[in-house]
Design a protein around this ligand. Structure first.
Ligand SMILES: Cc1ncc(COP(=O)(O)O)c(C=O)c1O
Ligand SMILES: C[C@@H](O)[C@H](N)C(=O)O
Length: 344
């Protein structure tokens, strides 16, 4: 019963098979392997962006921090939500790789900023004197860190508000596949067509061993990204093993199949939770993550029975505690039902 994180899930067998097949003989190192060319072409095709720059790194933090480093000058600030991964869970990597840029936090009901909350954060910094940090890019996440998925028109509205102020937009898409599957939209609609300039296209949480693609829809910063990636220690010498994973991920829409599976598992979990009067859902569960609250005694019972999930508050004593439950592509109905029986 694993609901701690999709980071805890296994890689898909087809990804492992692809790695074994790639492990044959020699391949040029440092990202000039033939499979990387195929990955680049395939991602440009999937995103309907023939000029986009595409590079692979092994972690989502590297993807976010290096992408933002190409969009942010050291004296600027990145606008993100209070619960953004780049704020809460990257140990200062964005600040480090940008050379010291700040993060300015934006109010975000259910994890999603609005044009108004963005304006409230940005406008006081517009045209400020040399003493102040200057407005830099906006960074959004979808699936958000609260399990919600931005509607396409909300992303477009936030991006419009950013562009009206001369700001670029980054999308943390560690769970982009889950968001795309949830919306039933195209990758282009959930990225450049909605006003996104740079995307961290996640694979690690969705069945890969550790690969994320960084996509810039204006390739002008491609060379800078390559230099920052190398200087940051994130250019793999045996790069073919990153490419092989991503190539398998993109083949026959495996990336969407796995995201749909994770989202369906979460929908089953949410349906079961909703039938329990003592469980309260705390945010929209639009994809594969659900936040809820239930009695501490049930937290204890579930953990003691071997369920792995994050209790977000102390679970000693009486009363309720919050939990985050995440489903990955391999989640089984049996495990979901067993977990629900522990909460009944
Ligand atoms: C929303 C989000 N962005 C980025 C990351 C960073 O990924 P990594 O842990 O691979 O650095 C995570 C990690 O799960 C995440 O949840
Ligand atoms: C660090 C932790 O938040 C991780 N990104 C996860 O979602 O599980």
């Amino acid at each position: 019963m694993y609901f701690a994180s999709d980071n805890a899930g296994p890689a898909h067998p087809r990804v492992i098979e692809a790695l074994a097949a790639a492990n044959d003989g020699y391949a040029m190192p440092y990202g000039v392997d033939a499979s990387m060319e195929r990955v680049r072409d395939r991602l440009r095709e999937i995103f309907e962006a023939p000029e986009a720059s595409v590079h692979l790194v092994a972690t989502g933090t590297a993807a976010n921090a290096l992408a933002l480093a190409c969009m942010t000058r050291p004296w600027e600030t990145v606008f993100c939500t209070r619960m953004a991964h780049i704020e809460e869970d990257e140990c200062g990597a964005p600040e480090f790789y940008t050379g010291g840029a700040k993060l300015t936090l934006v109010d975000a009901p259910d994890g999603m900023m609005t044009p108004d909350t963005l304006a409230a954060a940005v406008d006081p910094l517009m045209g400020r004197a040399v003493h102040n940090v200057q407005p830099g890019p906006v960074s959004l996440t979808t699936v958000t860190e609260r399990g919600s998925v931005y509607p396409l028109d909300r992303i477009a509205a936030v991006a419009d508000a950013a562009r009206a102020r001369g700001l670029k937009v980054h999308l943390d898409g560690a769970r982009f596949a889950n968001a795309c599957a949830a919306l039933g939209c195209t990758p282009a609609e959930l990225s450049w067509r909605a006003g996104i300039d740079a995307l961290s296209f996640g694979g690690t949480k969705n069945g890969l061993l550790g690969v994320e693609a960084v996509i810039f829809f204006d390739p002008a910063v491609a060379r800078e990204f390559e230099l920052r990636r190398k200087r940051g220690g994130h250019l793999f010498s045996k790069h073919r093993y990153l490419s092989a994973q991503m190539e398998a991920y993109l083949a026959d829409d495996l990336w969407l199949t796995m995201a749909r599976s994770a989202n369906a598992a979460c929908a089953r979990l949410v349906a079961g939770l909703s039938r329990l009067d003592h469980v309260t859902l705390l945010h929209p569960a639009d994809a594969n993550i659900v936040f809820c609250r239930f009695p501490r005694a049930l937290h204890r019972r579930a953990h003691e029975a071997g369920a792995a999930f994050y209790s977000l508050d102390p679970i000693e004593g009486e009363g309720d505690a919050r939990a985050r439950l995440v489903c990955d592509w391999s989640a089984s109905d049996e495990n979901t039902d067993r977990f629900l029986s522990l909460l009944a």
